[in-house]
Design a protein around this ligand. Structure first.
Ligand code: NI
Length: 137
């Protein structure tokens, strides 16, 4: 069984590869390459896999899940400029793809011992655009 919890955070980013020219950056990333950055209201969906506990009937304590998402993602990223304030995005381009991978990296150890295992990190940059990471691919 899968359970999914949603959280939102607002953050700014610049999608720009310093090894490339301005022209190449704007060609690749469009206005997102602008050095000032721009913001998104990111929506995060974290999915755990497990079986309902026979006593509680729950796969995972939902309050604990919310606290972990806040500690690892929302508190450190909300209202931040990712490139300047949230490592490793001083070195890694904070595309939505890379943000999702970093969120997985932060969350995965918190669920290593069960009862729910991290199954998926889905990150919406807009209503029309999301990425999903399941570790590995
Ligand atoms: Ni953007």
């Amino acid at each position: 069984m899968f359970i999914t919890r949603r959280a939102e955070f607002s953050a700014s980013h610049i999608c720009r590869n310093q090894a490339l020219s301005d022209e190449q950056n704007f060609s690749l990333y469009g206005p997102a390459a602008n050095a000032k950055g721009h913001g998104h209201n990111f929506v995060l969906e974290v999915t755990l896999a497990g079986n309902p506990d026979p006593v509680t009937g729950m796969v995972y304590d939902l309050k604990d899940l919310k606290d972990i998402m806040n500690e690892e993602v929302v508190d450190p990223m909300d209202h931040r400029h990712l490139n300047f304030e949230v490592p490793p995005f001083d070195k890694i381009i904070p595309t939505t793809e890379n943000i999702a991978i970093e969120i997985w990296r932060r969350l995965e150890p918190r669920f290593a011992n069960g009862p729910g295992k991290l199954k998926s990190v889905k990150l919406f940059e807009t209503d029309d655009l999301s990425v999903e990471y399941r570790g590995g691919e």
